[in-house]
Design a protein around this ligand. Structure first.
Ligand SMILES: [Zn+2]
Length: 357
């Protein structure tokens, strides 16, 4: 985890408050000088006037500045990691992943089922029960991969019948136990960065997804990955993901200008050529869509280059943020313009001061 959290620029943050932009959740908090209360960007309360707003990276910072947490949007519960009120449950889930949880179990733990459901929905884009199911399926896939026989896997992962297990497996991974034993799953993990949480996905063949987790596009990206690779996607860890987490961390510290990760660029041959070209843009520099098109020998294809740039699944590592308009304007970035701006500025500064280039 990085020590510093970077805030978007004030105009972007204020606009997010006015728009109650859910995409900005978890990236910053704001406090209102006239009421002494701090909120998250999506708070349903009436947006305050710009001159009364102060921005904070964490709830601790806002509390330290003398603000009280809003009772409506509960800003203290928002960060990239598991909040204290939920740790007991998350620990229990990990200790006993096959257990079936009822609302009564949650209430027994002193938790509100609605609050639990809301948190899982917000952080994993799935319901609490869907999360439990994917954890169980993930466990089963691990056991199948380890060569355990199908019947004992079904029982060990908490299924009462073999047919129920097969149905569930097919529903969630699109595969049968046998095809899983022969193939390998794509594992997904959340990484925390100063620009907000990212989702990373990888298999033995390499990293196939790295995206900011608040992106609207994400469910679609998963669908595309599922279609393209024909492999089950499950929450879990993988050596490629640990390595990616480490290199991303170094990148944000300004200690890494190039990535040495196995990448799965898989796309059409045009897409792959464009993404390969992006990898050649040096750290801290930019190229225009037109320049890239020319380099590819297709000077009229700058629109197609732009589209392919936007289709990049490996943010930061395949540096689509280094592509700008020919007049130098930053133009669109799937992860948000403020992030693109920050990444370019970060690279420019690190290049001048820290990195031996
Ligand atoms: Zn609020």
């Amino acid at each position: 985890m990085n020590a510093t959290i970077i805030l978007p620029d004030p105009e972007t943050m204020y606009q997010a408050i006015v728009d109650r932009d859910a995409e900005m959740e978890g990236l910053f908090l704001f406090a209102v000088k006239t009421t002494g209360i701090f909120c998250r960007p999506g708070c349903k309360a009436k947006p305050p006037k710009r001159e009364n707003v102060e921005f904070f990276a964490t709830a601790d910072d806002a509390l330290a500045a003398g603000y009280r947490a809003c009772k409506r949007c509960r800003p203290q519960e928002l960060s990239g990691s598991v909040p204290p009120w939920l740790t007991q449950l998350v620990d229990a889930l990990e200790a006993e992943p096959t257990r079936r949880w009822s609302n009564a179990d949650l209430i027994d733990m002193g938790l509100s089922p609605i609050r639990v459901r809301h948190w899982f929905q917000e952080h994993y884009q799935m319901t609490f029960h869907a999360y439990l199911r994917t954890r169980r399926i993930g466990l089963a896939v691990d056991m199948l991969n380890a060569g355990q026989d199908v019947t004992s896997v079904a029982l060990d992962s908490g299924y009462q019948s073999l047919s129920g297990f097969r149905d569930s497996l097919r529903k969630w991974t699109g595969q049968s136990p046998t095809s899983i034993q022969q193939g390998e799953p794509i594992l997904v993990e959340r990484l925390l960065t100063p620009l907000g949480p990212m989702l990373a996905a990888a298999s033995d063949a390499g990293l196939c997804l790295l995206e900011f987790a608040d992106r609207k596009m994400l469910p679609k990206q998963f669908e595309r990955i599922n279609k393209r690779f024909q492999q089950p996607i499950l929450p879990g860890t993988h050596p490629v993901l640990s390595e990616a987490a480490q290199q991303i961390d170094q990148y944000f510290r300004g200690e890494r200008s190039e990535f040495t990760l196995p990448l799965r660029l898989d796309g059409t041959s045009f897409q792959e050529t464009v993404w390969q070209k992006l990898l050649e843009i040096p750290y801290g520099q930019t190229r225009s869509y037109g320049e890239l098109a020319k380099q590819l020998g297709k000077p009229n294809a700058s629109r197609a280059v732009g589209r392919t740039n936007g289709d990049n699944r490996l943010a930061i590592v395949v540096p689509c943020h280094r592509v700008v308009r020919s007049d130098g304007h930053l133009c669109g970035y799937a992860g948000g313009l403020w992030r693109k701006k920050w990444l370019l500025e970060h690279e420019r500064k690190a290049r001048q001061t820290q990195l031996p280039l």
